[in-house]
Design a protein around this ligand. Sequence first.
Ligand code: 13P
Length: 252
Amino acid sequence: MSRKKIVAGNWKMNKTLPEAEALVKSIISGCPEGNEVTKIFFPPSLFIEKISGLVNGKANFHVGAQNCHHLPAGAYTGEVSAAGVASCGAQYVLTGHSERRIYFSESSEELRQKIDVALKNNLSPIYCVGEKINERKTNGYFHAVKKQIEDVIFYLKPDDMKRVVLAYEPVWAIGTGETATPDQAQEMHAFMRLAVAEKFGPEMAANTSILYGGSCNAGNAKELFSCPDVDGGLIGGASLKADEFLMIINSF
Ligand code: 13P
């Protein structure tokens, strides 16, 4: 089994450039020498190049884009392309985040295209899935997550799937302070890994990193990361403070 342990910080629409640089510098300088966790910063797109310069040459630090357009290029005012963010140093891209599904009505078809265009530009997609509160309450959460997985990543070729990271982010836990319990997270992560195994085989499933996101912080990361199928976290609010993010990195 060779799957990576990953802690990723999704800064969303937060930070100015000087604040972003200060945050990254503090995290890099506070990170213990030889730390093997893969650490990825997802700043707003306009800071990618600067942050990429700061992490360049720093072992196990990377930068990703929070989004890219599903088409390669064209007349889409205000959008950013996969090729564009890759040329600024991004190595990963978030896809399927619930905020994009909900506020920007991203469809499964668009997400398939987004993952395709990302892979063509050497970006590794982190594909996010997660149920809404009503789906949790009515026991529809396995069905909801399975559908998001089937509709978007089951069409991938195995060589492409190898480059995908999955993230379970229950919508009811994002930014609410309400975290999935370790049992709830483990149950869903095991279910997702089984879905990958059924489609792509047990080796692919064993090698796919599955991150947990949703009010993950320095106080609960250790318990969540100790679950056998939780390979790290996709952190929102708690990734905006260096000391808290460093504690999360040290929670394995
Ligand atoms: P919070 O950690 O702020 O709940 O956000 C999680 C998230 O959406 C990460 O992508």
